[in-house]
Design a protein. Structure first.
Length: 172
């Protein structure tokens, strides 16, 4: 998985692999904070991923957020070391020509959609543990949401990144 680093040290998708991502190729991630190519793990059925918890094998029929009786439970991260956690997510929102032009020209009656979306993304990152059940509270040290217009596809390309130090990740 190719990546570039911005001034904050978050990976950015290289333009050369963008078409592969849009074509439905496997999504990959890396747990290495500075080198996403170090040990990529792909999220597809053919590639086994490491278990979410050392207690479970990759072929376990148990879910990490269910207890032995099938009840929802929060994962205990008390024994995990505090490390730097970084997550990056991206999306492409296809608007169509008419909506794209309204956004580009800032002609929407309710204001600047891109600024509102950026602020909403930052707020969502800050409130994740309140919005997603069983998600641990994570104190973020940085979050960034970038929105870029893509006129060729009448789309908005969104990239969000978060950083924290703690015993659990920021990928949610």
């Amino acid at each position: 998985m190719g990546a570039l680093w911005t001034r904050w040290g978050f990976p950015q998708v290289l333009p050369t692999i963008q078409p592969k991502l849009e074509a439905g190729s496997p999504r990959c991630y890396s747990s290495h904070p500075r080198d996403p190519d170090s040990s990529p793990k792909c999220l597809n059925p053919e590639t086994p991923t490491s278990p979410a918890s050392p207690r479970l094998s990759p072929h376990s029929d148990q879910l990490t957020h269910l207890d032995s009786e099938g009840r929802a439970t929060m994962v205990d991260v008390g024994g995990k070391p505090t490390t730097e956690r970084v997550a990056v997510a991206s999306a492409v929102v296809f608007l169509g020509p008419q909506a794209f032009n309204l956004v580009r020209q800032n002609q929407l009656r309710k204001g600047d959609a891109l600024v509102v979306a950026q602020l909403a993304g930052i707020q969502a990152a800050k409130l994740t543990s309140q919005l997603i059940p069983l998600c641990h509270h994570v104190t973020l040290s940085h979050t960034e949401v970038q929105l870029d217009l893509d006129a060729a596809r009448h789309a908005v390309v969104i990239q969000a990144s978060c950083r924290a130090w703690g015993p659990t990740g920021v990928e949610m």
